[in-house]
Design a protein around this ligand. Sequence first.
Ligand code: FMN
Length: 355
Amino acid sequence: MSALYAAARPLLFTLEPEKAHALTLKLMKSGLMPSCKPVENPALEQVLWGLKFPNPLGLSAGFDKNAEVVGPAFKLGFGFVEAGTVTPKPQHGNPKPRIFRDPSNEAVINRMGFPNGGMNAFKANLEKFLAGKNRPAGVVGINIGMNKSQSEPAKDYGVLIKMLGPMADYLTINISSPNTPGLRDLQKRGPLLELIDTVKEERAKACGDHPPPILVKLAPDLEEAQQQELAETVLEAKIDGLILTNTTLDRPAILPRAFREQSGGLSGVPVRAKSTAVIRNFYQLTKGALPIIGVGGISSGADAYEKIKAGASLVQLYTGLVFQGPTVANSINRDLLSLLQKDGYTHISDAIGKG
Ligand SMILES: Cc1cc2nc3c(=O)[nH]c(=O)nc-3n(C[C@H](O)[C@H](O)[C@H](O)COP(=O)(O)O)c2cc1C
């Protein structure tokens, strides 16, 4: 953590988490957030799905739900930014308060329920970024989900792909947020195969010769048998990659009682080991055939490296940014370079799955 953030954090944490987040977005949009020169090193660059990732660390979904700060996020040193989750229609999400932090364990619980401005506003924001003259290098993923009122999920995913697919470097099908009733039920063979069929059909219609890769984001709360079934299903459906994992419904005993009793998804340090175990399992079950983006509790270079060695080709974080501050991406990328060197690897891809 930088000395500046160490001084600013106690002040920021006097605000309710959602207000602190809104202020952070405002600072980023206004250009007042200090930016830094991203770490550039060929050892960290990778081409996946034909996309050039300048470094393996991304900003995970939920931070920039409306694609308002994609440019400023790149200026913090992230190699890719996943905007969303966006739904077709705007929606308010669950009643506030709905985000809770536990600094003692560097953890967050959220039950946001996909509040966002809808796909029209999202599209306008992203278009502005994409049309920018001095656009920073980096990959932009779009994370899509269904409206709470939708009883036929495939319809919403289809509409979103039609509208946003052509702008996406990659698309994430989010079927793992715990705060939209019924969403996690899509993590089953039958419903998932059906959904992927629709998604591919819509992608073919909307994106023609430039189809963005399709990634599926899964929960960490899957039994061994479910993981096995899903690994077989995603291979059969020929999706392009996995994002592992979303937040957990677990409540480890170490968490303070008042925090633990909040409903929603838990993120940050307490989900780290579970998410890494899921990555390792899927990497083995799919025999490394599908690139995995590893996410859950990363706050240091060592955490990121552990997920890469478990089988992740790329990694993401959200909660680590809350507790470590805006220099976290550069600090992780710098530490990754040292860790690679220490292990005698010349390139990040040499370490994937070597744990
Ligand atoms: C406040 C908050 C909102 C989130 N919103 C979304 C979301 O809209 N879509 C999504 O796929 N994941 C969402 N996530 C999950 C994160 O993208 C990530 O998968 C999870 O938090 C684990 O990573 P972390 O420990 O680095 O935060 C959210 C997480 C938090 C803390």
